[in-house]
Write a protein that binds this ligand. Sequence first.
Ligand code: FRU
Length: 462
Amino acid sequence: MSNALQRDLVRLVSRIEREDGPRATADPYRQRFHLMPPVGWMNDPNGLCRCGEWYHVFYQYGPFDPAGGVKMWGHYRSRDLLHWEQLPPMLYPDQPWDIHGVYSGSALVEDGTMYLYYTGNVKHAGNYDYITAGRGHNTVLAVSRDGVTAESNELLLENKDYPADLTCHVRDPKVWAQDGTYYMVLGARTKDNRGELLVYESADKRSWQHINTLTTPEKFGYMWECPDLFELDGQWFLVCSPQGVTRQGNKYQNVYSCGYFPLYGDFRGDYTLGEFRELDCGFDFYAPQSFVDGGRRLQFGWMGMPDADYANPTVANGWQHCLTVPCEIKRDGERMLRVPAHEISVLHGEHIPTERAQVFDMVCRTEAVGRLVIRGAAVVEWDGQQLSLTLVQGGAGRTVRYADVGAVKSLRVLADTSSLEIFINGGEQVMTTRYYPDPASCGVQMEGAQAEIWAMGALQIQ
Ligand code: FRU
């Protein structure tokens, strides 16, 4: 199933990757153990799944423009989350219903076949606000049996099929099978600017009925992007990335937020949403997606933030953004804990002294008050009330972020060339950020902490 536009895009993507790849690869801020775009731009993880022996990670990919550009689904696969194969994009913007972008979505795997649900973005030329008019957000299904190419592409739902009180913004289908039925959630913005989530049901994966709408009694932002809805150890959680939530103290410090509500009752009928908690309080975490892998649920997030006023100097070398490490998410009462998947520890090299730490995994036991200074660039301080992360150098516009944590008992810091993922108290809270220290800098100074530090190896990407 290809057309002339797709054939040209295939050639153009491979050409730009060949031509611009070496410049991206030579960037001193290129990451070692995080997935990045080969060239150009990356945002949300998409279509995460395990299909047979392969893990598949798709992502919003803009190969032609490190500042964004038209989106397609870039593709990596791996058997072990450590050795990755870079494949050609699975989905290109080559149909009338996705011509201005193959936007975010998810994968349903059945009998070795991948059903990829995504949002086809269409922007009509004209004098539109692109909120209430001028934009098509279509729900599309592509099917792949070989896990490498899509053999069909079908338009399932368009704006006129969604509830009448919505703007054009209805996107990011997350689909799963349960009790012999298929369910889909879509993020939406109503005409009176409230964020909500639509629940759909299907018996055949193609024809979908709207059966419920999930939202809060009080307005919570104007749009909920990238929904995820799942049960974890007996508790349902609704994850989404709300836009338009204003800062309150140390909550919602970024331009857009990302977190979860515990959901009580039944998402198909009567339900209530509990208190919203942020999944991360660093600068760069958005649009996470999870999938089931045997007995565990893994989640990748986008290590970036749309419309933020801070920058990434990698743009000068033709690429921008990366994903987080895969994390396992676990239930702790009504909360979710997030910890790096155990595979990450396979990348441990030798134990290193603090003064040599540059790209590392560090596990600290902490005292009530303490401080870490990482590569002279990032300062982490805690005092029994809150933990702060201050970028004193190389923040590229990033300043300080806070976490209300109370007592800090343990910290784990995953430091890559240009990122930090700080897991507080076994993943009760996480702070994720990009940073751009002097490439030659190394060392961690610490007070109030005893640490074990390993040098980290790199992912193998072919
Ligand atoms: C979230 C998002 C999604 C959309 C995609 C487009 O970052 O805005 O809602 O599908 O990115 O790239």
